[in-house]
Ligand binder design. Sequence first.
Ligand SMILES: NC(=O)c1ccc[n+]([C@@H]2O[C@H](COP(=O)([O-])OP(=O)(O)OC[C@H]3O[C@@H](n4cnc5c(N)ncnc54)[C@H](O)[C@@H]3O)[C@@H](O)[C@H]2O)c1
Length: 268
Amino acid sequence: MTAFGLPPAGAPRLAGKVAIVTGAGSRGAGIGNGRAAAMLFAREGARVLLVDRDESPARDTLALIEAEGGEAAVYTADVTVSEDCAAMVAYTLERWGRLDILHNNVGIGSRGSVVEESEEEWERVQRVNVTSMMLTSKHAIPAMMRSGGGAIVNVSSISALRPRGLTAYSTSKGAVIALTRAMAVDHARDGVRVNCIAPGPVFTPMVASEGMSDELRERRRLASPLQVEGTGWDIGYAALFLASDEARYITGVVLVVDGGTTIVGPSR
Ligand SMILES: NC(=O)c1ccc[n+]([C@@H]2O[C@H](COP(=O)([O-])OP(=O)(O)OC[C@H]3O[C@@H](n4cnc5c(N)ncnc54)[C@H](O)[C@@H]3O)[C@@H](O)[C@H]2O)c1
């Protein structure tokens, strides 16, 4: 370690760290946000617990990591269930003896206004997208404190900043930002940094599985000033930075990763 607590030059960026990535599978073949983050964490030396409700996509992520020589394990859990979150942390400690990073990636979409949305679906979206992050953090933070501190990265969305007909989703992702800032204040003295990422319209298996036409895909690409199609890797690299000690002076931020989409008007 150097004087700033950073790994020496040339060392992997997460050397010696243990991470939990939730939603580390992917809704289809390809690279989703959670899978990309898990792979990048492992490439940079972290041991990664791949948490997913569905075992099979998490196993695919594990195979990709192991093919690159990384170390990870699959853990099947529903992050909306407190007991599952407690068990996931206990398993991490039992297996690797510490916990440094929690990447709260699980999130589901929804479409419709408050008039169109059913009350049941509203509650489900808030539970999966927000309460899950409270539950994973509730159990992870004490373990991080015992490991000398840690970093939490929550996945929000630019839908929180620029809503467009996904009202339950936008509300939940706005709450993720507020939760991030509140936890950053609550746990700074515990040595735990808490940040979030607001992805723009990246093309992931989650989006592909919802059946996107080539025309809409192209319109999404052109919506940003950079006119680049974002991918899971773009979100994964942002998570890697925030999770690493390179971000040791950063807490409570919302890192927008959207090719500039939110800084231009809807005419573009
Ligand atoms: N793709 C985009 O354009 C975009 C934009 C903004 C934000 N996001 C956010 O990115 C995140 C997801 O990205 P992804 O590409 O990894 O999605 P994904 O849907 O491909 O993968 C998410 C994984 O989470 C798992 N999962 C769902 N509910 C779970 C639960 N209760 N417990 C445990 N696992 C559960 C699924 O089985 C799946 O494997 C979400 O938070 C989403 O809101 C995506």
